[in-house]
Ligand binder design. Structure first.
Ligand code: ADP
Ligand code: MG
Length: 257
C-alpha cells in the first residue's frame, strides 16, 4: 500500500431495489486527499451509492475496495450479493466516517459520549485515550464547551458538527457526507460548511453529496454528476460548473442556481 492506493474504489456498481435498478454501473475512484463532490437530481442514486461504500446498502453487483481491500462478498439465492465476512465488514466500516443529513446522533448520549462510542466499543481504544482525543476533535469543530450536552439541547449546526467530530475521532480513511447541510436552517449552514472546508484544506479524503454548488465548486477536486443511476459527466469543478457538456447537467445547474 502506498499513496497511490485509492482510498475508495468503486467498480461497476449496480444496485436494485426489487425490480428498480437504482445504480446502473458506477465506477469511481477517490485517491487520498481527493474531495469528490457528487451532485445530481433527487432520486438519481447519490445516497444509495454513498451507502454502498460502507455497506449500509449491499450492492447487487460490482466491487468496492477501501484502501485496496475489497469487501468479501458472496452470491445470494436471488442473484445478488451479501457480505461474506462480518469481521472484515465491521473493521472496514469503522474506518469510514459517515455524516448524514439528519445527524443520526445517539440521543441518550452526551456529545462526548457520542464521540467516544466507536473508538471505545468498536476499535477497543482505552477510554482515557478516547476521551482525550474526543476533546481534541470537539475543539476542532468548535464544540469544546458542549461536551456534556445532549443532542436535543444543541442547534442543528452544533449537532452536525458533533457528527463530524464523531467521524474525525476514528481517523477515517475517508469521510462520507450525505447532504450534511440540507436539514439545517439557512443561518446554520455556514458553520458546518466551514468545518468541512477546513477538513478539505487538510487534504482529508472525502466523498460529499451536496446541493451547495458554490461550495462544491470551491472545495472539490473532482465533481461527479449522477443522472438516473449513471455517471453522466465528471471532471474538475471548473469544467463541470463552467463548461458542462451534457444538456442534462446544463439544465441541472441552471435549475439549482
Ligand atoms: P438520491 O440520494 O440521489 O436522492 P437515492 O439513492 O436516495 O437518491 O434513491 C435512488 C432511488 O432509489 C429512488 O428512486 C429511491 O426511491 C430508491 N430507493 C432508495 N432507497 C430505497 C429502498 N430502501 N427501497 C426501495 N427503493 C429505494
Ligand atoms: Mg439522497
Amino acid at each position: 500500500m502506498n499513496d497511490a492506493t485509492p482510498a475508495v474504489e468503486i467498480r461497476d456498481l449496480h444496485k436494485h431495489f426489487g425490480r428498480l435498478e437504482v445504480l446502473k454501473g458506477i465506477s469511481l475512484t477517490a485517491r487520498p486527499g481527493d474531495v469528490v463532490a457528487v451532485i445530481g437530481g433527487s432520486g438519481s442514486g447519490k445516497s444509495t451509492m454513498l451507502r454502498c461504500i460502507n455497506m449500509l446498502e449491499t450492492p447487487s453487483a460490482g466491487e468496492i475496495a477501501i484502501h485496496g481491500e475489497a469487501y468479501a462478498m458472496r452470491p445470494t439465492r436471488d442473484g445478488g450479493l451479501e457480505p461474506a465476512d462480518r469481521r472484515q465488514l465491521q473493521r472496514i466500516r469503522a474506518q469510514l466516517g459517515m455524516v448524514f443529513q439528519n445527524f443520526n446522533l445517539w440521543p441518550h448520549r452526551t456529545v462526548l459520549g457520542n464521540v467516544i462510542e466507536v473508538p471505545v466499543q468498536v476499535l477497543g481504544m482505552p477510554r482515557d485515550e478516547a476521551v482525550a482525543r474526543a476533546r481534541q476533535v470537539l475543539d476542532r469543530v468548535g464544540l469544546a464547551e458542549k461536551e456534556d450536552a445532549y443532542p436535543a439541547h444543541l442547534s442543528g449546526g452544533q449537532q452536525q458538527r458533533c457528527a463530524i467530530a464523531r467521524v474525525l475521532a476514528v481517523e477515517p480513511l475517508a469521510m462520507l457526507f450525505d447532504e450534511p447541510t440540507s436539514a439545517l436552517d439557512p443561518e446554520l449552514v455556514g458553520e458546518v460548511l466551514n468545518v468541512i472546508r477546513d477538513l478539505a484544506a487538510e487534504k482529508r479524503t472525502m466523498i460529499l453529496v451536496t446541493h451547495e454548488m458554490g461550495f462544491a465548486r470551491d472545495v472539490a477536486s473532482h465533481v461527479v454528476y449522477l443522472k438516473d443511476g449513471r455517471i453522466e459527466e465528471q471532471g474538475p469543478p471548473e469544467q463541470i460548473f463552467g463548461d458542462p457538456r451534457s444538456p442534462h447537467l446544463q439544465q441541472f445547474i441552471r435549475s439549482i442556481a
